[in-house]
Structure formats: structure tokens, C-alpha cells
Write a protein of this length. Structure first.
Length: 449
């Protein structure tokens, strides 16, 4: 708005600046040929300048386009988008599968995939649709084949598991979904000591005069020294090998611990199902027996360099780091907020500034000074701290009051003050010029000098 004259006095113009629609050094478009920082980003964001006062600069904001979420002051925002929440889960759920989006950002789209639900396993290619699901039925029916080998001949089909004899001292045909009839030789005939332990009976000398020399041997992938005339002590690292009780029950299955950023550990290789998933050193949470642990990571508190998504002191002075979701699978979601109440929030980075002029942002401050009985104006003495604004008398009055209208703005000595109705209108004291003395009988009454 242009300058106007009020009460014989020239008032300053009210200037505005929309930093989103203007080219200037502090604007979204700085004029260096790059265009608007919001319009040229990969996810086409929207520029918003909430405070268009010409004195309020550098506070424009890039806002992510729905359904993406995120905003950043004076810079391109990092936009969060879970493709599984916004449409891609329909195809997966229609086929009884689960949709997973490993990188929930707008700069990493098309990386969602369908994943099979327990007990099936397998996942589809990124953005390519449903997965091919497999299930080793021997994980459920291995007990039927006690002392024998259970094999699932087609993991994509049901009822395809068979029991097989364990050689070399046993023979017999594979039997679908039932225990096989196996024939042994010499002292291993009708000897169940080894088979009851899931081991192989071996008789080194089949001659009738060579007795009490049979041994039990571990069956791969189990390992251990053979034992004479009794079960051997067999061991297996269930984190490294493939077996019915292992981390992976078949060779094509992914490492469940590693897939969640965890580590597999088998503390007792002679015990079944003794493996655990342990949280990484920079995460919290107890180890889970034969399953994935529930790990937590406060990306604001963790300083370990192994946590590449953590803040590690990125928030500046007068700012606080906040991680609303500390689940170990929810990363890159910490923000910097101002501790003095300034509304700026920095997505995965410092807030642009934590100073705010309450005279420009606080309606109460503006109205208190503007609506005072005498001419006053608002001044924020400390923009970094809330509650520091005050009303000050317009000249020639003097005086101020913190967070309230100033009193006595119209009380001043017309002999010692220069004003339109004073003895000195700006050209000098008229009394003194005439060799006289000026007297003002009442400082609260104007025009009585």
C-alpha cells in the first residue's frame, strides 16, 4: 500500500513480498537459472510464503504434494510416501500376500514388492506384482520321517513331501507322505538306536563274527564324531546351515535376521531351535528366540556411526531433535524443532531459523499496540525468545511497556520537545529566538505552552 498522510504526518508505506512468486536473493527462485527450488524437485512440491511482510524473508516453505508428506523451510523438502498405503497393496492382498515398501520416499518409487505370508516364503520383484510363494512341507511333517530324510519335491505345490531311506547301509523306495520301509544290513538290522536320534547306523564289517562294531553317524548338514554302538553328539550352526529348525529351512530362503538389520547367533549348536535374532549394537531390544527381534532405534539419541540414518548432532543451537517413531524399521523420520516455540521444523535437518518476530506473527501483540489510546508501535526486543515484545510510544512521546500498551505517550514537555504543536516545530525554540523563556504548565495538555 502506498504512503498516506494521517493527521498532517506522512505515514510509511506497507510493503509485501511473496517469496514464492518473486525472483530475489532470498526467494524460492534466486534468479540463478535453476528456477523455483520447489517446482524443480523430483516430486513437484508447492511453495508457500505464509508471512508476506517485506521484512520477513527467507521463511518460504516447500510443501510435499499429497499423498506424500513433508515440508522444509527455504529448501526442497524430503517427501515421505509409502506406496503400499497408497494403492500398491491392493494387488498383493488380492493374492493373500503382503505389500512392502523398503524406501518410503518419493525419490524411491516403484520399489514396492509383494511378499508371501507365513508359513510360505518368497517375494516378487520390485514393482513387478505378486510373488511366487514356496513352503517346505518337511518343516511341518519331518517328524513322520523319524530316522529318515524328509524331502519336499515341489515347494510350490501341496502334498509333495516324501520320506527317504538314509544310506549307505539302508535302502528302500521313497514313500509319499508316509514313513519309508528301509532295509539295513548286519548289526544295523532292526537297530533303532541311531534312527531314533535322526542319525545313520553303519556296520563296518557285515561278517557274522565281527560283532559290536556298529556306529551312529551324523547326517549332513549335522556334524560330529561317530559314536560306537550308540547315538553320536551331532551339532549344527542353525544360523549358517539349512535345516528344519534352522534360520533358513531351505537354501532359497532369505536370512530373516539380516532382512531386518539384525544378526543371527546360535549359542548352542547341539540344541535344536537355539538360534536367535539380535538387534545391532546401536539399537535397543531383547534377542528373539528362533524369530525376528523387536528392535528400537532413537535416531536422535544414537551417536554410533553405524547408524547412517541417525541425526548425530545435526540439530543446531536452540533446536531439539525429535524421533516420533523409534521402531527399527521406521528410519529417516527424525526432525529438528525450535525450543523457543518458533514454528519451523526441519525434516531430517536443522530448522532454517528459530527466530521469529512476535510483532509480525502474534496477533495479540499487533492489536495491543495498534488499538492503544495513543499512537504506539510494537518492538520485539529478542526475536529468539517468546514473550519479549513491547509497545513503545510514537515520537514525540516516550515510554514503553512489555506485552501491554504503554502509558503516558501524550505526556511530554512542549518546551523541550520538538513537535508540530510544540514551541520547537523543528526550526528552533520560538521563545528563545525572541529572548524569552518557554513554560509548559501541564505536560498532559497539548498547546498550552
Amino acid at each position: 500500500a502506498p504512503a498516506v498522510t494521517v493527521g498532517g504526518q506522512r505515514q510509511a508505506a506497507v510493503c509485501t513480498l511473496d517469496e514464492c512468486a518473486t525472483v530475489c536473493p532470498t526467494c524460492a527462485d534466486t534468479g540463478d537459472g535453476g528456477g523455483s527450488a520447489c517446482r524443480t524437485s523430483e516430486d513437484d512440491q508447492t511453495c508457500v510464503d505464509a508471512d508476506q511482510d517485506a521484512a520477513s524473508t527467507g521463511d518460504w516453505t516447500c510443501v510435499c504434494t499429497a499423498p506424500a508428506q513433508g515440508r522444509m523451510v527455504a529448501a526442497t523438502a524430503t517427501c515421505a510416501l509409502d506406496e503400499c498405503v497408497h494403492g500398491q497393496d491392493v494387488e498383493c492382498e488380492a493374492n493373500g500376500q503382503t505389500c512392502t515398501d523398503p524406501m518410503k520416499t518419493t525419490v524411491a518409487t516403484g520399489d514396492w514388492y509383494c511378499e508371501c505370508q507365513t508359513p510360505y516364503h518368497g517375494k516378487g520383484a520390485a514393482g513387478a506384482g505378486i510373488a511366487t510363494c514356496e513352503y517346505d512341507e518337511c518343516a511341518e511333517h519331518a517328524g513322520v520321517c523319524s530316522g529318515q530324510r524328509c524331502v519336499d519335491t515341489d515347494k510350490e505345490a501341496d502334498h509333495t513331501w516324501v520320506c527317504q531311506c538314509i544310506g549307505p547301509d539302508e535302502k528302500g523306495a521313497d514313500v509319499p507322505m508316509a514313513k519309508a520301509t528301509c532295509e539295513a544290513t548286519a548289526e544295523c538290522v532292526d537297530n533303532t538306536a541311531c534312527s531314533d536320534a535322526g542319525q545313520l547306523c553303519h556296520d563296518d564289517a557285515a561278517a557274522p563274527d565281527a560283532l559290536n562294531n556298529w556306529v551312529c553317524r551324523c547326517i549332513a548338514p549335522y556334524h560330529g564324531e561317530e559314536a560306537l554302538m550308540g547315538p553320536a553328539t551331532c551339532a549344527i550352526n542353525e544360523c549358517d546351515e539349512v535345516c528344519a529348525t534352522c534360520l533358513r529351512i531351505d537354501a532359497d530362503e532369505a536370512d530373516k535376521c539380516a532382512a531386518h538389520g539384525q544378526v543371527c547367533e546360535d549359542a548352542d549348536e547341539t540344541a535344536a531351535s537355539s538360534w536367535v535374532c539380535k538387534c545391532p549394537a546401536h539399537a535397543g531390544g531383547a534377542a528373539a528366540a528362533a524369530g525376528v527381534a523387536a528392535c528400537t532405534i532413537d535416531e536422535c539419541a544414537v551417536t554410533d556411526a553405524a547408524c547412517t540414518s541417525c541425526a548425530r548432532g545435526a540439530c543446531g543451537a536452540g533446536q531439539a531433535c525429535e524421533d516420533a517413531d523409534t521402531d527399527a524399521q521406521s528410519l529417516h523420520d527424525w526432525v529438528c524443532t525450535c525450543t523457543n516455540g518458533a514454528p519451523n521444523v526441519g525434516q531430517q535437518g536443522p530448522a532454517a531459523t528459530c527466530e521469529f518476530n512476535e510483532c509480525a506473527t502474534d496477533a495479540a501483540a499487533q492489536e495491543t499496540c495498534a488499538d492503544a489510546a495513543t499512537a504506539q508501535h510494537c518492538v520485539d526486543t529478542d526475536p529468539a525468545t517468546a514473550g519479549t515484545w513491547e509497545c513503545r510510544c510514537d515520537p514525540p512521546g516516550s515510554g514503553a511497556a512489555q506485552m501491554a500498551a504503554a502509558a503516558g505517550c501524550d505526556e511530554f514537555d512542549e518546551c523541550s520537545t520538538a513537535c508540530a504543536h510544540c514551541a520547537d516545530t523543528g526550526a528552533g525554540d520560538v521563545c528563545a529566538a525572541a529572548g524569552q523563556t518557554c513554560a509548559d504548565p501541564s505536560t498532559s495538555v497539548q498547546g498550552d505552552w
